[in-house]
Design a protein around this ligand. Structure first.
Ligand SMILES: [Zn+2]
Length: 257
C-alpha cells in the first residue's frame, strides 16, 4: 500500500536542541520508510526561517527554495518539494514560482504565515501571487489562519489552484473545516498535527464529506509518523476510503502515477 505523507518539512531542526536527535537526510528518509511512507511532500523549514525581520525574506526565501530543490535531487521521486513565497514580495514570489515550475515543481507550501511575519492570506498581494501560481496549476498547502481569512481565501483563490489547508480539525474546528470542504470544490485538508488524534475523527469526517478531500500528513519531523499512521489504520472506515486518504487523493491532485 502506498502512503504519501503530504505534510513534512525537510531541513527541520526546531527540536534538535530539545531532544538532541539530529534528523539528517539519511534519518529523515529512513524514519519515514520504516513506517511505510512511500513518498512525502512539503517545504524546507529550518528554525532559522522563524521570526526574522520581514525584510530578510526577500533574499532568504529563494535560499529555502534552492535547499528544497537540492533535497529533491538527492531523494528523487521520494520527495516532492513545496516552495515558499511571501506576500510582502510579490515579484520575487512569482519569479520563484516560474523558475521552479519550469523545473517540474508542482507544489507551494506548507506555507507558515505566522513564522514569516504575515497573518491573513486573503489579501491583494497574496492573491496576485496565487494568480501566478494558477497559471501552473499549483497545489498550495497553507497552515491554518483565522476562520474568516480561510473562508475569504477559499472564496477568492483561482479555481485552477488546489488549496490544501493543513491541520484538519486540529484546534476544535471540525464543523468549520468540513463546511469549507463541502462548499469549495478545489479545497482540501491534510490531517497533519493533529487531525487524526481523536479516535473516530476520520470516520466522522468521511461520513460528513467523503474521503476524497482529505490527505494524510504528519508534519514530520515535528511529529513522529508512526502514531499518525497507526491512528489512520484503526479508523472504522473502508479500505477504499483509507487508500484515498493515504495516497489516491494526493496522486490525483499532484498528477502522480
Ligand atoms: Zn508543517
Amino acid at each position: 500500500m502506498d502512503i504519501i505523507d503530504f505534510h513534512v518539512h525537510t531541513g527541520y531542526d526546531f527540536h534538535a536542541d530539545e531532544h538532541g536527535v539530529l534528523i539528517d537526510n539519511r534519518k529523515f528518509r529512513s524514519d519515514l520508510e520504516a513506517c511505510g511512507v512511500t513518498k512525502c511532500c512539503g517545504s524546507y523549514l529550518p528554525k532559522a526561517c522563524n521570526a526574522r525581520p520581514v525584510a530578510d525574506y526577500e533574499q532568504y526565501i529563494p535560499e529555502l527554495n534552492a535547499k528544497a530543490y537540492e533535497t529533491k535531487e538527492l531523494y528523487g521521486d521520494f520527495y516532492i518539494p513545496g516552495l515558499h513565497i511571501h506576500p510582502a514580495f510579490v515579484e520575487m514570489s512569482c519569479r520563484e514560482i516560474e523558475k521552479y515550475a519550469r523545473l517540474g515543481v508542482k507544489m507551494i507550501g506548507e506555507l507558515v504565515p505566522y513564522m514569516m511575519g504575515w497573518q491573513g492570506c486573503a489579501t491583494k498581494e497574496f492573491l496576485e501571487i496565487m494568480d501566478c501560481a494558477a497559471s501552473y496549476n499549483m497545489v498550495v498547502n497553507i497552515h491554518l489562519t483565522s476562520g474568516a481569512d480561510m473562508r475569504a481565501l477559499c472564496a477568492s483563490i483561482p479555481k485552477s489552484i488546489t488549496l490544501v489547508w493543513a491541520h484538519f480539525s486540529a484546534f476544535g474546528t471540525f464543523d468549520e473545516h468540513t463546511g469549507l470542504l463541502r462548499e469549495f470544490e478545489n479545497v482540501y485538508f491534510d490531517t497533519s498535527a493533529h487531525g487524526s488524534d481523536r479516535v473516530g475523527i476520520i470516520k466522522d469526517a468521511v461520513n460528513a464529506v467523503g474521503s476524497e478531500k482529505l490527505l494524510f500528513g504528519t508534519d514530520y519531523p515535528g511529529i513522529g509518523p508512526a502514531s499518525d499512521i497507526g491512528a489512520m489504520m484503526v479508523e472504522d472506515i473502508s479500505d477504499a476510503d483509507r487508500e484515498n486518504i493515504f495516497s489516491r487523493n494526493a496522486k490525483r491532485i499532484l498528477g502522480l502515477k
